[in-house]
Design a protein around this ligand. Structure first.
Ligand code: ATP
Ligand code: MG
Length: 364
């Protein structure tokens, strides 16, 4: 599925932007602060229902306006869909004019893989970055996971409030038990996603880095020896962990047990990447993970997801840059850059758009 047309109304600094992207590679050029990332963020919204730089939809509305809209035509094979996301007081999504029950349902229709500067920290940065990566991909790939994830976050937020308030009604066990049950159903999804991700990423990493090995291990709650076990088994193991941490949870006022603390630990050339990877090694691994993610979507959907590359090429060395530019063909791509010094990029682009002060013009 690719974008055959796109329109932004009062979205961030774009008052009224219309474009007809190429089904191949689109280069988005512009000086700093002109609206390049904003454009990619609008495309992300069409897939995820939310932006990637904020959780607050109000920030997505152009200053001084009451609502923003992102509209697009999605094409692929024989299918065409008109998708519209309205970010007003209420957020609503429409597909071919039909209102969707949840905006998150867009995620099962249209898939994007985003690579932004923050992702360069995927391997060495905080665990939250890796969890978000895994969760975002799984929410798009598996609608059931998306529901579990939303439920888990609701329960978790509730538990945080309970603990903060000292659990006056004695509900801690009850809510913790529910958290264990939902968490237990999420863990096998994560384990299986990580397994397919890592085997693919390892192959890319070896190719880009001249044979260097990349491995990774999915880590969940310590009482769960097999994250691929049936959910009923895992639920019991999570409960066991909860019981042994209940008092500490009360004391510290934080939820100490559950997959909201999971991690995916990378090893490069046999050493733990968080501690020992060089900047370049970590970036290569991050690139490899993103390319692997794209392959997973390709396999799942039967066509390539839209690839959004925000400002990452300038942070990579020439070899990796060339590798990406050569390797990204075969689907629709949007790449932002400040200048065209990256000549290989201009050569690869089928269309070039220039962004200036929230206005987009196609260069012919
Ligand atoms: P860079 O090359 O620095 O990454 P960019 O072209 O990607 O720049 P964006 O992040 O897309 O820049 O746009 C930034 C501009 O958009 C900023 O000037 C910011 O003030 C403006 N902006 C952000 N949100 C809004 C909003 N809700 N309403 C109006 N303008 C906004
Ligand atoms: Mg930017």
């Amino acid at each position: 599925m690719y974008l055959s047309s796109l329109r932004l109304t009062d979205f961030r600094n774009h008052a009224d932007t219309e474009m007809v992207p190429d089904p191949g590679t689109n280069l988005i050029l512009g000086a700093n602060a002109q609206g390049k990332t904003n454009l990619l963020e609008a495309i992300v919204c069409l897939s995820r229902g939310t932006g990637f730089r904020t959780r607050r939809d109000a920030e997505l509305r152009r200053f001084g306006t009451a609502g923003a809209a992102v509209e697009a035509r999605l094409s692929g094979g024989e299918r065409e869909y008109d998708v519209r996301l309205l970010l007003e007081d209420r957020k609503q999504a429409f597909v071919n004019g039909v209102r969707q029950r949840r905006t998150a349902e867009l995620a099962s229709l249209f898939h994007v893989v985003l690579f932004c500067p923050e992702d360069l920290e995927l391997v060495r940065g905080a665990g939250a970055i890796r969890r978000r990566f895994i969760d975002t991909a799984l929410c798009a790939l598996r609608p059931n996971y998306s529901k579990l994830y939303a439920e888990y976050n609701k329960l978790h937020a509730h538990l945080v409030r309970l603990l903060r308030d000292g659990d006056p009604d004695g509900l801690l066990d009850d809510f913790s038990y529910r958290l264990c049950c939902v968490g237990a159903r999420m863990i096998p999804y994560r384990a299986s996603f990580c397994e397919s991700l890592v085997s693919r990423a390892a192959a890319y990493h070896a190719e880009i880095a001249g044979g260097e090995t990349l491995a990774a291990e999915y880590r969940t709650v310590s009482t769960v020896p097999d994250p691929a076990a049936p959910a009923s088994v895992i639920a019991g193991q999570l409960w066991e962990h909860y019981l042994s941490h209940r008092e500490a949870s009360r004391r510290t006022g934080s939820v100490l047990t559950g997959p909201h603390r999971d991690d995916l630990l990378f090893f490069i050339g046999g050493s733990a990447a968080r501690e020992y990877a060089s900047q370049g090694q970590a970036r290569t691994a991050a690139v490899a993970c993103k390319l692997a993610e794209r392959d997973i979507f390709l396999k799942n959907d039967g066509d390539a997801p839209v690839l959004l590359l925000d400002d990452v090429l300038s942070e990579l060395d020439e070899r990796r840059r060339d590798y990406i530019i050569r390797g990204i063909g075969g689907g629709q791509v949007f790449i932002t850059a400040c200048d065209e010094a990256l000549s290989a990029l201009s050569a690869a682009a089928r269309k070039v758009f220039v962004v200036e002060g929230g206005r987009v013009t196609e260069r012919t």
